[in-house]
Design a protein around this ligand. Structure first.
Ligand code: UD1
Length: 342
């Protein structure tokens, strides 16, 4: 079976994807610098799949290390490039760090692939490239225009999409799939892997589960005066395992060489928008946990509402995100309980 190089494979989405790849019989090599994850994730993956993925601790910007990886594993046939920094707020504070890490990592991976004749790459992009789509483009499909990024983080996603598109234009052998994720949540049903935020979580779900676990006194809901039915922001929350499975479909597609275009773009979401308050209330309902919350002012830079039209991914990849949100929220809570020993 083919070997897949997964950069950022001990991270949140990466680790779930590694599990799905291994379950489909792929051999996996993970490269991760452990800057926002840890080695124990490998134990979780091993316990779920019964096999330990090969792991190289390295930074994707490190040309020598990446050269070594491709030399050690000449059977690599595709790369899934997750490795990147992803905190929107931090990217505003430290833009150079974000540009260096996110852009140089991709460049180094691509150059090394080229030297070793590896022609298939799946890239982790984000719905952030659409900004706030106008009403005519909601739910948002892949033809919606990209808009000026609101943060350096968002800009690195756009720049990297452009780098890949230009590289494919120049090299007709290169095949690229850009996956634009909406909001991934939840954890593997075994609760052996999940999201491990560093410090105070920025994202909604980890904040909710940490509040339910008593680690945070109160969830702050950022704004209830938006132009939405209950006034809170709307997002397309997608189960991380559903998202992970889309990566396997993307890799299958690249290896089967069935893509009609050299660069293909897919929105990965459920097609359903949920508000912050709906998420919080559903979480309380399905877990029976109390989540104290208060409404506070809007968070700077937040988008009012965005959700996906995933029809293209449904049709072309033969994939659908259909796990009920109640199950997803429960999986997030089970993971929180697991890491806190509750
Ligand atoms: C954003 C980006 C996404 C990026 C992600 C990385 C958009 C549309 N999305 O996600 O591309 O990958 O950051 O972190 O730009 N909320 C609260 N209280 C909290 C935390 C969040 O009310 O304590 C609300 C937010 O206001 C928002 C929703 O929950 O309405 C989701 O927030 P979050 O989980 O941070 O994700 P996005 O901001 O949508």
């Amino acid at each position: 079976m083919a070997r897949i190089l997964v950069t950022g494979g001990t991270g949140y989405i990466g680790s779930h994807t590694v599990v799905c790849l291994m379950e489909q019989g792929y051999d996996v090599t993970i490269v991760d610098n452990l800057s926002n994850s840890n080695r124990e994730v490998l134990d979780g993956i091993t316990s779920i799949t019964g096999h330990r993925p090969d792991f190289v601790e390295a930074d994707c910007q490190d040309r020598t290390a990446m050269e070594q990886v491709f030399t050690t594993y000449p059977d690599i046939q595709a790369v899934i490039h997750f490795a990147a920094s992803k905190a929107v707020g931090e990217s505003v504070e430290k833009p150079l760090l974000y540009y260096r890490n996110n852009v140089l990592s991709l460049l180094t991976v691509l150059e090394t692939m080229q030297r070793h004749g590896v022609n298939n790459i799946v890239f982790s992009s984000s719905c952030t490239v659409y900004g706030q789509p106008d009403e005519a483009h909601l739910p948002v499909d892949e033809t919606a225009p990209r808009q000026q990024a609101l943060s350096p983080y968002g800009n690195t996603k756009q720049i990297n999409e452009d780098i890949l598109t230009d590289a494919a234009h120049a090299d007709k052998a290169l095949r690229v799939i850009l996956l634009r994720y909406f909001n991934p949540i939840g954890a593997h049903p075994s609760a052996k892997i999940g999201e491990l935020p560093n410090g105070v979580p920025n994202n909604l779900l980890p904040f909710v589960t940490q509040t339910a676990a008593g680690l945070r006194p109160m969830l702050r809901v950022f704004g209830d005066d938006y132009n939405t039915p209950d006034g809170s922001c709307i997002r397309d929350y997608i189960y991380v395992m559903d998202l992970a499975k889309a990566h396997v479909k993307a890799v299958d597609r690249l290896l089967a060489a069935t893509a009609s275009e050299q660069v293909e773009v897919f929105n990965l979401g459920t097609g359903r928008g949920l508000s912050v308050l709906e998420i919080v209330r559903t979480f309380i309902e399905v877990t029976g946990q109390n989540v104290p919350y208060e409404i506070v002012g809007r968070r700077e830079g937040d988008i009012e509402q965005v959700w996906a039209n995933p029809a293209k991914a449904n049709r072309v990849l033969g994939w659908k995100a259909d796990t009920p949100v109640a199950d997803v929220l429960l999986s997030a809570w089970n993971w929180e309980k697991h890491i806190r020993g509750i």
